[in-house]
Design a protein around this ligand. Sequence first.
Ligand code: UGA
Length: 458
Amino acid sequence: MKNSSDMTTSRPRLTVIGTGYLGATHAAAMAELGFEVMGVDVDPDKIDRLSQGILPFHEPELPELLTKHLSTGRLRFTTSIEEAGAFGDIHFIAVGTPQKDGEGAADLSYVDAAVEAIANAATHNCVIVGKSTVPVGTARRLQALVEKVKKTNVEISFAWNPEFLREGFAVQDTLAPDRLVVGTNSDLAITALRFVYQDALSRGTPFIATDFETSELVKVAANAFLATKISFINAFSEVTEKVGGDIRTLADAIGHDARIGRRFLNAGVGFGGGCLPKDIRALQARVGELGLDHTMAFLHEVDSINLRRRERVIDVAHSLLNGVNEKKIAILGTTFKPNSDDVRDSPALDIAARLYGQGADVRVFDPKGMENSAKRFPRLTYSRSLVDAVEGADLVLLLTEWEEFRKMDPNHIGGLVGSKVIVDGRNVLDVVEWESADWQYHALGRKSIHANPSILAT
Ligand code: UGA
């Protein structure tokens, strides 16, 4: 039997169950830390591709890490949970917890199935560590499930270790996290995880050991706070738009207060992705089940402010074009943020699809998101390049702040479009530069210099 000293004298072998953004990154990063790792997934196609070093999504630095550790032999992939149960000493659960169809609550069927399967397949004493984002109460329930389904001669410790990585920075965030949080009632699990994360711990990364419930709540609290911060600034951008103020200056000014901080105060079309929107909805659903509906009622408003930003862009397009029917609209960006090919709950793609639905001739371009966007909305017109998308456009909408769009030359683009009218949905362009090149520039929460000459004075 493995006890806590075995865990640290012989290197534990790790499995990562679920090989999406979170799991594939975690598996490759753990191999980079020197562990033998087995990635497990029920999707044979995904496992096949990963085994050949092909990443099914875009994530900077990850393809290199994957290839490196397929060749060091420290990383391998399988669809067999039995193989994983015989191999691993620490099993990380990294499957998705998507929003249930038609409800705010999280769908826990994948996480339940993964925990049950590995607990049942484990042939020797081990630790199961949940990393997926789950509603509070899940870990304690799953620990009871593990006890019920495991083999009688096997002891399994259980812990929850939420993940805080950002897409686009997933490798860095996993190798150098800003904090490690572990919810458990097992000393063996703590020892095992301190061993796994010794590299980060030796650099002084805070390690917060707590109960299951707090660890689950830390994760959703962090995402709810970030979502609130974004909607807070977006609510103010509705006001600055109305009165002729400048949301960027406002964010800079309040951001200098260290208690507030400037990060996540970028106003624009709002937040999307596979995490923030679903997590605030799942949190509201869960506290509702706990009889605390009013406690998180503000998150309903956070969600509404966020969705209103999309409406606002569509309204602006209608008013600038005097109706969008048959108007050529170039949409720059479809992913929920730059450096990702993820279009889940993307404000940009949502706006593109709705304008198309309203009769606009929408031309879409995104540096990495074309394939995923086309899978979701095959009928939009996908351009081969930025230049192709803006050719003859009556209106340009910048909706995801890719470097390629931030660096656009207004004079060059101005020579291609039909009308020099742009809406900067991410507040990233230089208003003076664009207006000097004779563009009609509009941004969410920021007046143009013609409407507000005081911008010139700053
Ligand atoms: C988010 C959290 O930042 C991670 O810490 C967390 O681990 C992850 O969710 C998760 O739960 O797995 P991510 O979804 O990769 O990470 O994206 P963020 O960088 O948080 O951006 C979310 C959205 O907010 C994007 O659409 C982005 O454009 C938008 N945003 C961000 C703004 O509109 N304004 C800002 O100032 C910042």
